[in-house]
Design a protein around this ligand. Structure first.
Ligand code: C2E
Ligand code: MG
Ligand code: MG
Length: 418
């Protein structure tokens, strides 16, 4: 069995901690790896953030035992590291390949271990390590999706839906997020963006898909305007790779101009990962986009690095708190505290706070009570077709149903009692 063990956020750690701490971290990681395996294991340093381990004579092990071994390694490496006065958490990824199933020489085995690791990372399956026993199947399924996506672009299989966003203060749906949908003829099923967007990101197809989305949204806004309907803004998800394109702003603006759509009508949703590689260049790009009139929203906030420093340096208008903080909010005082803190920050730093994924009245009322400005979730509206959006634009929400003062409700008592 060959393992590549990688510290995902190594660059962040080296930026944040002194060299002595990083050196000690590497020693502790290698000690933990050694403790998980027997003395026959050969352990090497692949690069400063990666170890390579070769475990001979594992052919006889059952698949289940191999997985258990990797699970134990993952658990051990994911525990906190106490170094000097610091408590460090590392996000670890492990890629594994097996001799002889996956290759009969070391280069091939290393290659396979890396691809499974990259796969897990692209699919953002989990923060921690991912080990896929069914590597080849998964890789070939990504290849199938990639080839089906090429055909989908050619055959116009993608379309857009829109999820209305509810503005609490004005009790109306003021904006909507454009979300892509795909019914694949090749795969004979509808494929979720959670499944195909990461694959598209890995293969650069995301750029072409991204421009398809921009064009489709601009055309839709044009049609709505001709019907006399207008949303304040429509938001579009922009993948990190697309934002990094040199000519992104030029192409984006060119596309909008074709449909007479001004930047003021568009909000660009980016994630913190967009700024990981080259934060300075990324921030500069966003500043230019913002001064051209585009709205900037930070999507899925709280799931990435969520550095508070970013919040003061990124020019953004809207912060979208991820659904993980919203689900079952009434029973989660810690998440309530986090959203409350963000609501206070929103006031001081002057941004709009939107909560994603509210599915129940309890969640919606609590979010209102806490002071979120906007809510996007199934409770108010699921993603709908362009025609269905028209019903929401005119609609102010039935006040009995949604605007009841949460302060007087049982719900807020539930909150206070925590
Ligand atoms: P996202 O940008 O965070 O979009 C929100 C996702 O949460 C959408 O899933 C939406 O349908 C879902 N959602 C909204 N409210 C609720 C709720 O109350 N409960 C639950 N369970 N889910 C809710 P969707 O449309 O499947 O998109 C998934 C992700 O795929 C998006 O997450 C976004 O990261 C990506 N994506 C979707 N469309 C595009 C696109 O056009 N371009 C790019 N680059 N990425 C896209
Ligand atoms: Mg989004
Ligand atoms: Mg989101």
């Amino acid at each position: 069995m060959l393992l590549i063990i990688s510290t995902d956020d190594f660059n962040h750690l080296t930026a944040a901690y002194p060299t002595t701490v990083i050196n000690e971290l590497q020693i502790q990681i290698s000690n933990r790896i050694k403790a998980c395996f027997n003395e026959k294991t050969i352990l090497g340093v692949f690069s400063e953030s990666r170890f390579i381990a070769y475990l001979p004579n594992t052919e006889q092990l059952e698949e289940r035992d191999r997985i258990l071994q990797l699970q134990a390694l993952n658990d051990s490496l994911s525990r906190v590291y106490l170094i000097e006065q610091y408590k460090l958490n590392c996000s670890i990824r492990i890629g594994a390949s097996f001799y002889p199933q996956h290759g009969d020489n070391i280069e091939v085995l290393i290659d396979k271990a890396f691809s499974v690791m990259a796969l897990a990372k692209n699919q953002r399956k989990s923060d921690m390590s991912i080990y896929t026993p069914d590597i080849d199947h998964q890789l070939s399924s990504d290849l199938l999706i990639t080839s089906a996506m090429h055909n989908a672009l050619r055959n116009k299989e993608f379309h857009m839906v829109f999820q209305p966003q509810y503005d609490i203060k004005h009790a109306r749906f003021s904006s909507a997020e454009a979300l892509i949908r795909w019914n694949s003829a090749d795969l004979k099923r509808s494929v979720s963006p959670y499944e195909f967007i990461p694959v598209a990101e890995a293969s650069n197809l995301i750029i072409e898909i991204g421009y398809y989305v921009i064009d489709a949204v601009a055309r839709q806004i044009y049609e709505w305007q001709h019907k006399g309907l207008s949303l304040e803004r429509v938001s579009i998800n922009i993948s990190p790779k697309q934002l990094q394109q040199q000519d992104f702003q030029k192409k984006l603006t060119g596309c909008l101009e074709r449909y007479n759509v001004t930047p003021q009508l568009i909000e660009l949703e980016i994630t913190e990962t967009s700024l990981l590689e080259d934060p300075e260049a990324g921030i500069q790009k966003l500043e230019q986009l913002k001064s051209a009139g585009f709205g900037i929203a930070i999507d899925d906030f709280g799931t990435g690095y969520s550095s508070m420093q970013y919040l003061t340096s990124i020019p953004f208008d809207k912060l979208k708190v991820d659904r993980v903080f919203v689900t079952d909010l009434a029973n989660n005082p810690k998440n309530q505290a986090i959203i409350t803190m963000l609501a206070r920050m929103a006031q001081t730093l002057n941004f709009t706070l939107l909560a994603e994924g509210a599915e129940t009245e309890t969640e919606a009322c609590l979010l209102q009570d806490i002071g979120c400005h906007m809510i996007q979730g199934y409770y108010y509206a699921k993603p709908v077709t362009a025609e269905q959006v028209e019903g929401f634009i005119a609609k102010t929400v039935n006040s009995d149903q949604i605007q009841k003062s949460p302060l007087n409700s049982e719900l807020s008592q539930a909150r206070v009692s925590h």
